[in-house]
Design a binder for this molecule. Structure first.
Ligand code: DN4
Ligand code: BGC
Ligand code: ZN
Ligand code: ZN
Length: 359
């Protein structure tokens, strides 16, 4: 069984040999990217701030781009035809038990790969090949360009799966069976933070999104449209006035900020750490912080990536939100750029929620 790669569902046993090959040479579907989203991970790789990223074996470079909306050009698969719109999966399984059951997002030995991030070339190229079992079809034509948000949204859907599992350890919902007046605080105001805010509202949380400076007009308007409250932590030190945060989601990776708010969490609170920032200043956790976490049964969980099911659910959420919020949702894409606009990787454009490259 050594070196045999097994894949879930209809995927063949003995799939990609990762050694000396890359994803773009193999597959039964030829794809052309339409849009590529840019995120904190891409900027981390380009600016040498992500130590876990590495090149494919045998290469001294990595093609980046993991948030892709593609069109099928040619297909030898009966599941796709030319003209179909598809989103490729980022993470490709290794051989651990979680990878073998279709949950490489929960890989138990780290022997997996991520396109455009860890050991596999990504999708920022004019065309590439992939296998049908690595592609999720975008069936709703009304989504249009918003299909490019499938990849970042899938992370959020998985993190809420973590929330559901942890919250089931005790009675977390109100006796009215809802989450009304339960407080969710999301740290950060980037694309992932706004997607978390949308899903948090969907669950019924009273939702707050936070940064340590004011946010631009377009973001304020988006908060209003989504019924989300913005907190500027540099002006409002007292938020929340008592320990009342039921769900804390961090997209900043800043330990000082995270533990500042863990101190303000409610009984049975759940904190999900999602942001990574190797350059963040060191934070302090005190004995009374640990006391607070223990005495209140607070859980702090990490969440990374997502599985195929979360991409499918992400597409359903995006279709639902498109109906609910109309063109406001389109405003999540704050800028279209060309493949050669390299400044995009060094500096965030003002008011950026999601910048995309149009091919
Ligand atoms: P992003 O747009 O850079 O979002 C980070 C946000 O955090 C920005 O709005 C920052 O504001 C804000 N921020 C930074 N420091 C603080 C602070 N001290 N207090 C409040 N807000 C702060 O990146 P993204 O939305 O694309 O991704 C968010 C994070 O999640 C990144 O660290 C990614 O590496 C990570 N990520 C993880 C996964 C996964 O686990 C997937 C995708 C992304 P400003 O500094 O821009 O003003 O699967
Ligand atoms: C991607 C995830 C990936 C994570 C860490 C994120 O930007 O969305 O799929 O697991 O980076 O590499
Ligand atoms: Zn990303
Ligand atoms: Zn694994």
């Amino acid at each position: 069984m050594e070196n045999v790669k097994a894949y879930y569902s209809n995927a063949p046993v003995g799939g990609i040999d990762f050694k000396n090959k890359n994803i773009n040479d193999q597959g039964n579907v030829l794809l052309k990217p339409l849009l590529t989203g840019i995120c904190g991970t891409d900027r981390g790789i380009v600016n040498a701030g992500l130590s876990f990223a590495y090149n494919p074996e045998g290469y001294n470079f990595l093609v980046i781009g993991h948030e892709s909306l593609c069109q099928v050009i040619e297909s030898e698969s009966n599941q796709f035809k030319s003209g179909d719109i598809a989103v490729p999966l980022v993470r490709r399984p290794g051989n651990c038990p979680n990878c073998l059951i279709g949950r490489p997002d929960n890989c138990s030995d780290g022997d997996k790969h991520e396109a455009g991030i860890t050991g596999l070339h990504g999708f920022m190229r004019e065309e590439f090949k992939d296998y049908d079992y690595n592609l999720v079809k975008v069936a709703d034509p009304s989504l249009g360009d918003l299909g490019v948000l499938t990849e970042p949204t899938k992370n959020v859907v998985k993190a809420f799966e973590v929330f559901e599992k942890v919250s089931s350890r005790s009675i977390y919902y109100n006796s009215s069976s809802t989450l009304e007046r339960k407080k969710a605080l999301i740290i950060g105001t980037g694309s992932e933070a706004f997607l978390y805010a949308l899903l948090s509202r969907d669950y019924g949380f009273e939702t707050y999104i936070l940064n340590r400076h004011p946010i631009e007009k377009n973001k304020m308007e988006m908060c209003q449209a989504f019924d989300v409250n913005f907190v500027n932590s540099s002006e409002d030190n007292d938020f929340p006035d008592k320990s009342s945060i039921d769900l804390l989601i961090d997209t900043s990776g800043d330990p000082g900020t995270v533990f500042g708010f863990v101190r303000k969490m409610n009984y049975n609170g759940i904190a999900i750490l999602f942001g990574t920032n190797e350059k963040a200043p060191v934070g302090t956790v005190t004995g009374s912080d640990i006391d607070h976490i223990v005495e209140r049964n607070i859980t702090i969980a990490g969440s990374v990536d997502a599985a195929r099911i979360h991409y499918i659910k992400a597409l359903n959420y995006l279709s639902k939100w498109k109906k609910q919020y109309g063109n406001v949702l389109n405003d999540m894409i704050t800028g279209y750029y060309k493949p050669g606009d390299l400044d995009l990787f060094r500096k965030k454009p003002d008011g950026e929620i999601k910048s995309v490259i149009r091919w």
